[in-house]
Design a protein around this ligand. Structure first.
Ligand code: PLP
Length: 346
């Protein structure tokens, strides 16, 4: 399907590399990254590690790979990891924790994607041989399925203290940590200090075509690098794509606030429609979830009508539709998208 003639709000992953980004990619210095000799990959990894205040970073092909490398490198088969019930790791990664790491995922319902430290007390397994070993807590910031919500730093601090006190590791799925940074002004390093590993994506709102990174200690990254090779993720002249990620980090972080503004406008406009509901409290970054129950139609039916009018959105959760703002939708298009949406559901 050619998407040229549509306003595409399905995801911030649909962004395409700009001309300047493509030039940076075309001109990238490259080497064999399996030998650790690609200068552009090395530069990107150093930059990301420094940004997150971690010893090392590893460039990987996708966000799923970065999360799964963290799980594999931090756990033993038979362990249990704890996630919020709408976590990406639990819902959108094809059961990879069980397939790849042979771990069990214990899920806990959060509020707007956020767990409270008190909820973890009862999630922790007693140390008896016939129970799984609680090994790691995984949080997500911003939280995708909850609608791009930001994890409060104070809660992270408490959860991390609980984890440390009980010998649990902490992993952050920070696919959209950049959005949390821009929305709150809290530096990625401040968030990252509470985690043993943090994954970040360059191919969402930052607009790079491919790639994510996983960060942590030297020793952790060595283990992750080994598993990356096992999974077929050792890439050779990967500097070509890493250059896109570097360009994205240098040019496309600050501008995420425009995406947040577009989302806020879109959400407010749509919330004026009596047939749909938008919880404006959850519209904290670039994602808008619209509950369409009141229309009496299934989200898929509305998605099809919107498509016929030139607007692409995606299925959210059960009764909702998801619209995501990104750098390839102009302010004007985002306003037009809101008008199309409102006229369709009213
Ligand atoms: C997109 C995303 C990922 C990574 O998914 P990929 O399909 O590998 O790009 C991981 N976590 C969250 C929260 C995401 O939104």
């Amino acid at each position: 399907m050619s998407t040229e003639k549509y306003i595409d709000l399905r995801s911030d992953t649909v962004t395409r590399p700009s001309k300047a980004m493509r030039e940076a990619m075309a001109n990238a210095e490259v080497g064999d990254d399996v030998f650790g000799e690609d200068p552009t990959v090395l530069k990107l990894q150093e930059k990301v590690a420094a940004l997150l205040g971690k010893e090392k970073a590893l460039y990987v092909s996708s966000g799923v790979m970065s999360n799964q490398l963290a799980i594999k490198s931090h756990t033993e088969p038979g362990d249990e990891i704890i996630c919020e019930q709408d976590a990406h790791i639990f819902n959108y990664e094809t059961a990879a924790p069980s397939l790849i790491s042979s771990v069990q995922v214990k899920t806990i319902p959060g509020v707007k994607g956020v767990l409270r430290a008190e909820q973890l007390v009862t999630a922790l397994r007693p140390k008896v041989y016939y129970m799984p070993r609680s090994r790691m807590i995984c949080l997500e910031n911003t939280h995708n399925r909850a609608g791009g919500t930001i994890y409060p730093l104070e809660e992270i601090k408490k959860i991390s203290a609980f984890a440390r006190a009980n010998g649990l590791l902490m992993h952050l799925d920070g696919a959209r940590l950049w959005n949390a940074w821009v929305a709150t002004g809290i530096h990625p390093k401040e968030y990252a200090q509470y985690f043993d590993s943090v994954s970040v994506c360059f191919s969402k709102g930052l607009g790079a075509p491919i790639g994510s990174a996983i960060t942590g200690t030297v020793e952790f990254i060595e283990r992750a690098r080994k598993w990356r090779k096992v999974y077929g993720g050792g890439m050779r002249q990967a500097g070509i794509i890493a250059a896109g990620a570097l360009y994205a980090l240098e040019h496309n972080v600050e501008r995420l606030k425009e995406d947040h503004e577009k989302a806020s406008y879109f959400a407010k406009k749509i919330s004026t429609s009596p047939k749909v509901r938008v919880d404006l409290d959850t519209v904290q970054t670039n994602i808008v979830l619209v509950n369409v129950e009141g229309t009496g139609k299934h989200p898929d039916e509305i998605i099809a009508i919107l498509k016929s009018k030139g607007l692409l959105v995606s299925f959210g959760t059960y009764t909702s539709i998801r619209a995501v703002m990104h750098l390839d939708v102009s302010v004007e298009e985002s306003h037009r998208a809101a008008d199309i949406f409102v006229s369709t559901v009213n």
